[in-house]
Design a protein around this ligand. Structure first.
Ligand SMILES: Nc1ncnc2c1ncn2[C@@H]1O[C@H](COP(=O)(O)OP(=O)(O)OP(=O)(O)O)[C@@H](O)[C@H]1O
Length: 402
């Protein structure tokens, strides 16, 4: 994926002489001391990051950590005190007002926490708004707005007014309005935090679904670590105006950059973050149909394992054979095919552990993990899914091998 947005050493200081504060921070002065001695507030300090085209990039942090200040820099609602922001390679901090107007109308759209809808306008007229100020013709406006109302699942509500809709529905209108200008970049500042938990979960799934279809570059702000890790392809963790870590949810959980982040993520539900490919074990023994039963038995004996997966030449799974079946099958002069069991549960490599648990409970064999081409890439042991899910020792087990 190519870089869509690049931040280089972006700082935003609030106060009468913001630039004078930068050297003080460089010299190691902390945010509290700066406020006490100079009356300036450090909103964001020295943020650098690359955001890739088509990713959901989450900025997470507690209240006051600088998330909103930072996201408002992406469309220059906040002009950085220092640093550069490149969108598609152009430094927007240097843009004049007409360039800025264009980029806000056409390339970057924002969805707000409290929806920001016009209460005197119908849903249709709210969604049409951005197109209207760009002087798009009435017919085209209607067509584009209708398409986006349908995308967010609000077909049939076009003539209602915002206060006739629930919070979740109002936020869908906010999303449709942002999408109507077909922006490359969507800025979402705590869009779901005013919603109750059930609606919030529904909206999270809806956003993932819409993103699958539209592939925008999304910057999403939240203070909720579970939301961050559920939605984010990558997550930036902020504290006191500074970006502490930028990485994938899995990498942050495995290697938190400092104690603050360890503390932040201790309540995370790992089963909703880790996917099959993160916890699977790569098989060190595999048997192909043409190898035959004797080879299968040897593989199991030499590796000290009680079952082995059988694949074809393309590594597609054919089934599993157990050591007991292999030994008795050989005595009875049976072939590998005769004793092959096909009741193996197969899971795609991007399936969440949360969804794998019930399958593991039902299966008497290790679960087979396959890639997009349906090739066997690993396996997951029932015992590990059940005991602490994705504990660090998962790869050290020698109880079974596939
Ligand atoms: N316009 C402003 N003038 C002065 N200080 C500001 C301004 N906007 C934000 N700040 C300060 O900058 C710091 C970061 O605030 P910001 O709103 O970005 O945090 P946040 O992480 O988004 O918090 P929240 O989740 O509560 O919105 C805070 O200390 C805040 O008081």
């Amino acid at each position: 994926m190519s870089t869509k947005i690049k931040l280089e050493h972006v700082s935003k200081i609030f106060g009468s002489k913001p630039k004078s504060i930068i050297p003080k921070i460089k010299a190691g002065m902390e945010k509290d001391q700066i406020l006490a001695e100079t009356g300036h507030t450090v909103g964001v300090y020295d943020a650098s990051m690359d955001i890739k085209e088509g990713e959901i990039f989450v900025i997470m942090g507690l209240s006051g950590s600088g998330k909103s200040t930072l996201i408002r820099c992406f469309n220059l609602l906040n002009k950085p005190t220092d640093g550069s922001i490149f969108i598609d390679g152009e430094d927007i901090v240097k843009f004049n007002s007409s360039q800025l107007k264009k980029i806000r109308q056409e390339k970057v759209a924002m969805v707000f926490q409290h929806f920001g809808l016009f209460n005197h306008r119908t849903i249709m007229a709210n969604v049409e708004y951005g197109l209207e100020i760009r002087n798009i013709s009435k017919e085209e406006r209607r067509e584009v707005a209708q398409k986006n109302i349908d995308i967010v699942g609000l077909g049939g509500y076009e003539d209602k007014y915002p206060d006739e809709l629930s919070g979740g529905m109002q936020q869908r209108v906010g999303l449709a309005r942002a999408l109507a200008n077909d922006p490359d970049i969507l800025l979402m500042d705590e869009p779901f935090s005013a919603l109750d938990p059930l609606i919030r979960r529904e909206m999270q799934l809806e956003l993932l679904d819409i993103q699958d279809r539209l592939q925008k570059t999304i910057i999403f702000i939240t203070h909720d670590v579970n939301e961050a890790f559920k939605l984010g392809d990558r997550v930036a963790v902020m504290k006191d105006g500074k970006v502490n870590q930028v990485d994938t949810p899995e990498a942050i959980i495995e290697n938190p950059a400092n104690d603050y982040i360890s503390d932040f993520i201790k309540d995370i539900d790992r089963s909703k973050v880790f996917q099959a490919e993160h916890v699977m074990i790569k098989p060190n023994a595999l048997v192909s149909m043409k190898d035959g039963l004797n080879v299968a038995r040897k593989e199991m004996e030499e590796n000290g394992i009680s079952s082995v997966f059988v694949v074809d030449r393309q590594r597609h799974l054919k089934g599993i054979v157990t050591i007991d079946d292999a030994i008795s099958g050989l005595k009875e002069k049976k072939s590998l095919e005769d004793v092959l069991r096909d009741d193996v549960t197969v899971v795609p490599k991007d399936e969440y552990i949360n969804d794998i648990i019930p399958k593991a409970l039902e299966s008497s064999f290790p679960l087979a993990v396959v890639n997009e081409e349906d090739k066997l890439v690993g396996f997951i042991l029932r015992v590990h899914v059940l005991s602490g899910l994705v504990s660090d020792d998962v790869s050290e087990s020698d109880e079974y091998h596939g």
